[in-house]
Design a binder for this molecule. Structure first.
Ligand code: GUN
Length: 291
């Protein structure tokens, strides 16, 4: 069993980006600038957004954190988005999800300029992804592709089961794994809460991508010997023995599943850091596209 080390791989990518930023600076080109919008005080979201801002520092990008109160109206948020769309200093930005219930996420996603949509959530980018045209790929699926690629994992002709059909991960992941691309060419089954024979489907899979958000859902009996398992889940579960008061659990019961795998991602330190590395790559792509 080989651990797919997201921390190390994302550090490698960030180093490559930092070099490209230095080259840009030497040529007098613009330093990439990422903005992150966060609404409210969700602890996990604040952690993720802070990690994104910190990654910007590490690669030499400029960054802006736009922290807005939970009580902001939808119109006020849309106004802020219009400002970011029109601000020439900002190359790309993200609006951290989830948003408070009184704000329509779809309206917000549609308001983001596709040229600055480094999360790849806008329908224009998603449509271009389906057509295999240049676009911003959603950061988490793109990070998983990078991880599989950099560990030289063969995907062509393999069976891949994606568990979970979220707009952010499961649905785009299923499309990317089926694409005719270096990492891709899988026979993909997209499964969800209404899937009847999930256990049997997983047992036959060469590659399983668990992205349903249920801690330790995928157990040892659901995985065949030699499978590649990617764990996208990261749920905070109360743990009074920890200083923070919680521990992080993936969607995979690691102790049972890992011994059967050829490759597996840990949680934390697997997919999470890869999402951030992809966001940095997308931001670099954004500034290059604008030139
Ligand atoms: N919430 C959970 N994952 C993500 C992500 O990749 N981007 C944004 N904007 N919000 C998220």
């Amino acid at each position: 069993m080989i651990l797919l080390d997201g921390n190390k791989t994302s550090d490698d990518i960030k180093l490559e980006i930092a070099q490209r930023v230095e080259e840009r600076k030497a040529k007098g080109k613009k330093v990439p600038h990422l903005a992150a919008v966060i609404v409210g005080n969700n602890g996990a979201s604040l952690t993720y957004v802070n990690a994104k801002v910190k990654a910007c520092e590490k690669v030499g990008f400029e960054s802006s954190l736009v922290a807005l109160p939970e009580t902001i109206t939808e119109n006020e948020l849309l106004q802020k988005i219009a400002e970011l769309n029109n601000d020439p200093k900002i190359d790309g930005y993200i609006v951290q999800l989830p948003l408070p219930k009184h704000i329509d996420e779809h309206k917000v996603t549609l308001a983001v300029s596709p040229a600055k949509d480094v999360d790849g959530f806008h329908p224009e980018n998603l449509g271009r992804m389906v057509l295999n045209l240049p676009c911003f790929l959603p950061a988490t699926p793109a990070g998983i592709l990078q991880l599989l690629d950099r560990y030289n994992i063969e995907t062509s002709g393999k069976s891949c089961v994606v568990v979970g059909r979220s707009h952010i991960v499961g649905s785009p992941m299923s499309i990317l794994m089926a694409r005719n691309s270096k990492v891709g060419n899988c026979t993909v089954t997209l499964t969800h809460s209404k899937t009847k024979n999930l256990k049997e489907l997983c047992q036959q899979a060469d590659i399983i991508i668990a992205a349903l958000g249920k801690p330790e859902f995928l157990t040892g009996d659901m995985v065949k010997q030699g499978a590649v398992v990617v764990d996208v889940g990261i749920t905070r579960v109360d743990d009074p023995t920890k200083k923070s008061g919680f521990k992080l659990l993936g969607d995979v019961k690691f102790d049972e599943v890992a011994p059967k795998c050829s490759y597996i991602t840990p949680v934390p330190g697997g997919v999470g850091p890869m999402t951030i590395a992809s966001l940095m790559l997308n931001t670099l792509q954004a500034v290059e596209m604008r030139e």
